[in-house]
Design a protein around this ligand. Structure first.
Ligand code: ADP
Ligand code: ADP
Length: 628
């Protein structure tokens, strides 16, 4: 593959291309179908695509141990080239894998993607990687939380890629680095400014990108990440529809290119920014825009940001020369109403009035309340897309997650909340740990693994309910913080409400609804939470309930109040404490019959049945079913 002299050459000199030649395909597919397989996660599928097409050049494989260790320690590949993020392929089991043997790599749907000749299988240390790359071991960091689910080993070796992952959405905007380069050459400018984003673009971003392209007389490459981004981000369908509308209406087609990048982001702040610059160089960009808080996830358990606001700019600028990508650093853009224009914050005179809205504020203060976003903040086309994706908050889904010791009162309180919500006119799904263990999680044991699997299954169903704007209440011991944090990621920070049912062990033991404490004390059963299995109280619950002081109704009422405060229930409708101020329509329906999610039909029927069965089943199960 020859490089066009107009554009900056790829990082390392040439674009890696791992695609198998046509003549070889049939023979390799036949062979691959006889091999053992590794099923890739969605993240690894994204990584494979960028490896295959040269987006990660000069990297041509999932990292082997030497590259990996030097990357996490020094941000360099073994040969010394800067590469700040590990790109690795985790596997849980090594059965069927052998050094020197080939293995087929398949998508989560089992489609054959590639063949790897396994050259290395090595163990890695999650805490070490978290501390070195993400500079935190706090499981509030999305990658730190996700890593807990990765396998214990990384594998590496030469890859031969048979097919790229299929993208049926926005095919006209999907391009390999080679294709982006060809399109940029057609636009005719040597300077190319890339803009990375995982959020909707508002007028501040428009100003920023236009300024940047003008400053270097370059082409603007709007290059949003549409692989995995931060959990809870605006979905990429909504984003891409809005980028398309923006580019069509407000950008100069002679110097703008919109292309989608199937990157699985790492949210590693400064390290990510540097990685983004290297990747964009492979697509033909010699400039990258880096603003405030580039690639930063939310806040840690103490409420502090994971990275400083300008650290990404500092790190990128330090290595800019070495990676050959110039960094265009910008401070926050703010709106000056008197002049009807945007300006960087530090250039605004103190006396001048300026306006700014963060993405969170736009969601919370406008979309959540059904108010239109101000015209100075965003274009109407973007506003329309966002309003479609974000209905007012009282119509959105949420998950109440009750955690606590066995017999703390989770199920009892959950039942009351469910009924109150149905009275309120919401559709409710109740996922009770006891009940879930009789079907969805039937057969799972009470080891850490069994408990985690159960909690993650509940989390998965809950996330589907929330995604479809249903209310879901989960009552499960869920003793481990890291697992609850993983569920938080599945559901999304804003919609996940952790309620700690904080009943002291002595009280729980006295209540002993299912007799499990008595059996544990008599050594008849093992692994009972609170006795001989750990319970990690939530580090930062949204609400703590005291069941010694408050009745189940009072506890449930506190949850209802919190939902009102957060806007998930309207203040002007539904039940008051006595539960009589209900709309006629709601009054007619039996709470338990209504209590199902708005999921696809089979699920709706299934969960309706579960809820109908709830009362009797809980009595029937009687003693031994613990809840996780
Ligand atoms: P990322 O997580 O990749 O930083 P964003 O979409 O939040 O994704 O930001 C894209 C780029 O735009 C980043 O470099 C960011 O710092 C910059 N940016 C975001 N908001 C603003 C703003 N209001 N003013 C100036 N730059 C911004
Ligand atoms: P868990 O689901 O946490 O295992 P359950 O709700 O099944 O616990 O059992 C809790 C027991 O404690 C029930 O018998 C319930 O009647 C009793 N209880 C007493 N006070 C309260 C309270 N304030 N909230 C919830 N349950 C309470």
């Amino acid at each position: 593959m020859t490089n066009d002299p107009l554009l900056i050459p790829p990082y390392g000199g040439r674009l890696v291309d791992l695609m198998v030649e046509d003549e070889e395909r049939a023979e390799l597919i036949a062979r691959a179908n006889q091999l053992s397989s590794v099923r890739l996660s969605p993240r690894s599928v994204c990584d494979l695509e960028l490896l295959a097409t040269g987006g990660f050049s000069p990297l041509d494989r999932f990292m082997g141990r030497c590259d990996y260790l030097r990357v996490i320690g020094e941000m360099r590949l073994a040969d010394g080239a800067i590469f700040p993020i590990p790109v690795t392929l985790p596997v849980g089991e090594t059965d069927g894998l052998q050094i020197g043997r080939e293995v087929a790599l398949r998508s989560p749907k089992n489609e054959l993607l590639a063949v790897m000749l396994v050259e290395e299988i090595y163990e890695w240390d999650r805490m070490q990687e978290a501390a070195e790359v993400y500079r935190t071991t706090d499981s509030r960091h999305p990658l730190v939380a996700e890593m807990a689910s990765w396998g214990r080993f990384y594998i590496s070796g030469p890859l031969r890629v048979l097919s790229l992952p299929k993208h049926y959405d926005f095919p006209e905007l999907r391009h390999t680095p080679q294709q982006v380069r060809a399109l940029l050459v057609r636009l005719g400018r040597a300077n190319v400014v890339a803009f990375q984003t995982r959020n909707p673009m508002h007028r501040a971003h428009e100003e920023l990108t236009r300024r940047a392209a003008q400053a270097v007389d370059g082409t603007l490459l709007i290059h949003p990440s549409v692989g995995l981004t931060n959990p809870g981000d605006v979905d990429h369908y909504t984003r891409v529809r809005s980028y398309k509308a923006l580019v069509e209406r407000y950008y100069d087609p002679r110097r703008t290119l919109l292309s989608l990048l199937p990157l699985a982001m790492r949210m590693a702040g400064p390290r990510s920014a540097l990685w983004h610059a290297i990747i964009r160089r492979n697509y033909g960009a010699n400039y990258l825009i880096v603003g405030r808080d580039h690639a930063s996830p939310g806040r840690n358990a103490k409420g502090e940001p994971f990275y400083g606001p300008y650290e990404a700019q500092q790190l990128c600028s330090r290595f800019s020369e070495e990676i050959g990508v110039r960094i265009l650093c910008y401070a926050d853009m703010v709106y000056l109403p008197a002049e009807d224009r945007y300006e960087e914050r530090h250039r605004v005179p103190r006396s001048a009035k300026s306006l700014a809205l963060s993405g969170t504020e736009a969601r919370e203060r406008y979309l959540a309340c059904g108010r239109p976003l101000p015209a100075w903040f965003t274009r109407p086309e973007v506003m329309r897309e966002l309003a479609r994706a974000y209905p007012p908050k009282h119509q959105r889904g949420f998950c109440i997650w009750l955690t606590g010791l066995p017999s703390a009162g989770k199920s009892t309180i959950a039942d009351v909340i469910a009924v109150k919500l149905v009275e309120h006119g919401r559709r409710v799904t109740l996922l009770d740990g006891d009940v879930v263990r009789t079907h969805l999680s039937k057969g799972l044991d009470f080891s850490r693994e069994g408990r985690d699997t159960n909690v993650l299954r509940i989390g998965f169903v809950a996330s589907e309910v929330v995604r479809h704007n249903g209310a879901v209440i989960c009552a499960a011991i869920s003793p481990y913080q890291a697992t609850r944090d993983r569920v938080r990621l599945m559901i999304g920070e804003e919609s996940f409400i952790v309620v700690f049912v904080n009943t002291p062990l002595e009280v729980c033991e006295r209540r002993d609804v299912k007799g499990i404490y008595a059996r544990a004390r008599a050594s008849q059963i093992k692994g009972v939470t609170g006795i001989d299995a750990p319970y990690e109280p939530p580090a930062d619950p949204d609400l703590v309930l005291d069941t010694c002081q408050d009745s189940p109704e009072e506890c449930a009422q506190k949850v209802i109040e919190l939902l009102r405060e957060r806007g998930f229930l309207r203040n002007d409708s539904g039940v008051r404490d006595g539960g009589h101020d209900v709309h006629d329509k709601d009054r007619r329906a039996s709470p338990l019959r209504l209590a199902s999610s708005s999921l696809v039909r089979p699920f709706t029927l299934f969960w309706t049945a579960v809820i109908d069965l709830l009362g009797p089943v809980r009595e029937l199960i009687g003693s031994l079913f613990d809840k996780i």
